[in-house]
Write a protein that binds this ligand. Structure first.
Ligand code: NAP
Length: 349
C-alpha cells in the first residue's frame, strides 16, 4: 500500500498537475492543449464539461481513458460550484502544482451606462470567484511546499480604460490581490505570476463574446463611434491564441515569489509607456489613441468632429472650386447609378 502510494507520488511528480479555468475555448483551450503536449497533467475547469471534453480531446489527441486530461465543472459566479470543483481537483490530482486563473468575460459601455449586475459579474469572475478557488486549494498547495498561481490579467487592467470600466477595474483588482497573495504565500515555497495579456484572436474581443451596454443614441454616442472604429482597427492585429501559450509556459517555469510579465508586443509597449509616463500622461495618451475629444469639448451637447472629419473639412477648403465641382458631380452620378447587387436583388423579387 505504502509502495503503491510512493509510486503515485512519483507519477504525479513526473506529470505536474495544472488547473486551468475557462479552458473550453480561446486562450484557455489553447493553453490546456499546449501544456498537455508538454507533459502536464491538465485539469480543465469549465462551465460545461460535456461540451468541453470532446473539444479538448480533439485539440490534444488524448484518448478517452487518458487521465492526464480531465475536466471539472466550475462556474466562478457560484460558490457551491467552486467548492465542489476544488474537492474534485484534490481527489483527482492531490495538490495541483499550478493554478491558472484564465476564465474571463468582457463588456463595453461607459460607467454611466453599465448595469451594477454587470459589475458584480465581472468582480465574481475575475476577483471573488478566483479568490474562493485559490483559498480552497491553498491548504494542500502550501502543504506541498511548491507551486505557482498564474493570473491572466489584461492591458486594460494596467490603467483604467474608457468604455470598459468594469473589466478594467476587475482586472486591476485581480492584479492587486495577486500581489498581496504573492507576499503571503512566498514563505511556504509558492509563487505568483501575473500575465499582462495583449490582444489575441478569441471570442472575448468579438461583438458576440462581449456584453454590450453602449448606448449609441445617448450622450456618449460620439465617443462610442470613434472608439468603436479604432477598436475594430486594433483587433486586426490580434495574435493567435497559440502565441499566448508561450507566455504561459514561461510563467509556469518562473521560480521567483512574484513576477509580472507582458504577453504580446502591444502589452509590452503599454508596460513600458506606463513606466515612463506619469498618470496624467497616460490619460492623454489613451485619449489620443482612442480619439476622445479634449476636456470640455462636448459641453452643452457639442458634437466635435473627429480627426478624419476635420481633415475632410480642411481638404474641401484647400481644393480649388472647379476640381471640387467635378468631384461632387462624379460622386452624385455614382450615387444615383443602381449597383449590381441592387439590380440582382431587384430581379429576385
Ligand atoms: N483575447 C484577448 O485579447 C485577451 C486580452 C487580455 C486578457 N484576456 C484574458 O484572457 C482570459 C481568457 O480569455 P479568452 O480570450 O480566451 O476569452 P474567451 O474565448 O471568451 O474565453 C473565456 C473563457 O472563460 C470562461 N468563463 C467565463 N465566465 C466564467 C465563469 N463564470 N466561470 C467559469 N468560466 C467562465 C468561458 O467559459 P464558457 O466557454 O463556458 O463560456 C470561456 O471558456 C480572460 O481572463 C481574458 O480577460 C484576453
Amino acid at each position: 500500500m505504502t509502495e503503491h502510494r510512493a509510486g503515485d507520488e512519483r507519477l504525479r511528480e513526473e506529470h505536474r498537475a495544472v488547473v486551468i479555468t475557462g479552458a473550453a475555448r480561446g486562450l484557455g483551450l489553447a493553453s490546456a492543449a499546449r501544456l498537455y503536449r508538454e507533459g502536464w497533467r491538465v485539469v480543465a475547469a469549465v462551465r460545461t464539461p460535456d461540451r468541453a471534453l470532446p473539444l479538448l480531446r480533439a485539440a490534444t489527441g488524448a484518448s478517452d481513458d487518458d487521465d492526464r486530461l480531465t475536466c471539472v465543472a466550475l462556474d466562478l459566479t457560484d460558490t457551491a460550484s467552486i467548492s465542489a470543483a476544488a474537492k474534485v481537483i484534490e481527489e483527482r490530482v492531490g495538490a495541483p502544482y499550478a493554478l491558472v486563473h484564465n476564465a474571463g468575460i468582457s463588456a463595453a459601455g461607459m460607467v454611466e451606462e453599465t448595469d451594477i449586475e454587470l459589475w458584480q459579474r465581472m468582480f465574481a469572475t475575475h476577483v471573488t470567484g478566483p479568490v474562493e478557488l485559490t483559498k480552497a486549494l491553498l491548504p494542500s498547495m502550501r502543504a506541498a511546499g511548491q507551486g505557482r498561481i498564474v493570473l491572466v490579467g489584461s492591458s486594460a487592467g494596467v490603467r483604467g480604460q474608457p468604455g470598459t470600466a468594469p473589466y478594467s477595474a476587475s482586472k486591476g483588482a485581480m492584479e492587486r490581490w495577486g500581489e498581496s497573495l504573492a507576499a503571503e504565500i512566498a514563505p511556504f515555497g509558492l509563487g505568483v505570476t501575473i500575465l499582462i495579456t495583449g490582444t489575441y484572436d478569441t471570442d472575448i474581443i468579438t461583438d458576440a463574446g462581449t456584453t454590450d451596454d453602449r448606448d449609441f443614441g445617448g450622450p456618449y454616442a460620439r465617443l462610442h463611434q470613434t472608439m468603436n472604429s479604432r477598436g475594430r482597427f486594433a483587433i486586426k492585429f490580434a495574435r493567435s491564441p497559440e502565441q499566448f501559450t508561450d507566455g504561459l509556459v514561461k510563467a509556469l517555469a518562473d521560480s521567483a515569489a512574484f513576477r509580472r510579465h507582458a504577453v504580446g508586443p502591444d502589452a509590452s509597449m503599454l508596460l513600458v509607456s506606463s513606466r515612463l509616463l506619469p498618470a496624467a500622461g497616460m490619460h492623454h495618451m489613451s485619449r489620443l489613441v482612442l480619439g476622445i475629444p479634449r476636456q470640455g469639448a462636448m459641453r452643452d451637447g457639442a458634437w466635435p468632429l473627429t480627426t478624419v472629419q476635420r481633415a475632410m473639412v480642411l481638404a474641401v477648403r484647400v481644393t480649388p472650386k472647379p476640381v471640387m465641382k467635378l468631384l461632387t458631380d462624379r460622386a452624385a452620378r455614382k450615387a444615383a447609378a443602381p449597383t449590381t447587387t441592387e439590380q440582382e436583388s431587384g430581379s429576385n423579387v
